[in-house]
Structure formats: C-alpha cells, structure tokens
Design a protein around this ligand. Structure first.
Ligand SMILES: [Zn+2]
Length: 144
C-alpha cells in the first residue's frame, strides 16, 4: 500500500491566455483546454486515487504554481494537501525555472517540508534553472 498522495498539476489554458506570445505573453501556445496538448503525457502511471489540479485556467492567470490550481471539485492544492494531512511535499516535472520553482516556494510558504527531485525536473533555460535551484535551496527546499 502506498502511503503517499500523488498530485498531478496540469496547465489548462484558454486559447486567449495572456501568457501566449500571440496574446502578448512570452510562451508559445501550449496546454490549451480540451486539446491533446493539455493531457497528461501518455505512458504516465496515474494512480486511481491521484488528484489532478488544473492551473492557469483563466486568461490572466499565470498558473506557474500548483497552488494556484484546483481539482474538478474546486478544491485547491492546499485544501487537498490539508485534507490528506500531508506534511512533506516532493516536487518534480517542468519547468524548473517556472512551475517547479513557484510550486516549491509556495509549499515552503505553507509550512511544508519540501523536496525537489533533481533527476525528474527540467528547465527552460540553464541559467535561470541554476538560479531557481539556488533560490529554492536558500528558501529551505531540499534538493539532493
Ligand atoms: Zn502554461
């Protein structure tokens, strides 16, 4: 039996999302609601009791942090973690210098012991990823 809650975060952007270059932002179009690009990557092992939190769902919401997201019942990530009496959070995924950084720092702010799994993260840019790792470590995130 697994004694851990698995939470997936998904960018779930409307087509008119302000982050997109075509709308004046900095990112190429990605993870548009209801399109294949917004689905969890195929081959991922998704436990039946996993929580899925969607973020960046409104045109003006950056949605970098998983803590900005809610599940399909409208529960925030923080509410989900509290409901499961979570004490320790392990963060992995993309991108080190944006969503991983924002999620890990928010988890620290909420009082969690936070670990980032270095073999399971990837950044957009090497320089900003190095800075992000330094910033996370400076804020108490454990990265081995
Ligand atoms: Zn996004």
């Amino acid at each position: 039996m697994r004694d851990a809650l698995v939470v997936f975060t998904m960018d779930w952007h409307p087509a008119n999302h302000s982050q997109f270059k075509i709308n004046g932002g900095i990112w190429p179009v990605h993870c548009v609601q209801g399109t294949p690009g917004a689905q969890l990557v195929s081959g991922l092992d998704v436990p039946a009791d996993a929580e899925i939190v969607k973020k960046g769902t409104q045109p003006g919401e950056d949605g970098y942090s998983g803590f900005e997201g809610v599940n399909d019942h409208g529960n925030s990530l923080l509410e989900i973690l509290r409901a499961h009496a979570v004490r320790r959070v392990y963060v992995c995924g993309i991108a080190t210098d944006y969503c991983v950084l924002a999620t890990a720092l928010d988890a620290v702010k909420e009082g969690y012991e936070v670990h980032v799994l270095p073999d399971l993260i990837a950044g957009v840019d090497a320089s900003t990823s190095t800075k992000a790792i330094e910033q996370m470590k400076a804020n108490g995130v454990k990265i081995y």
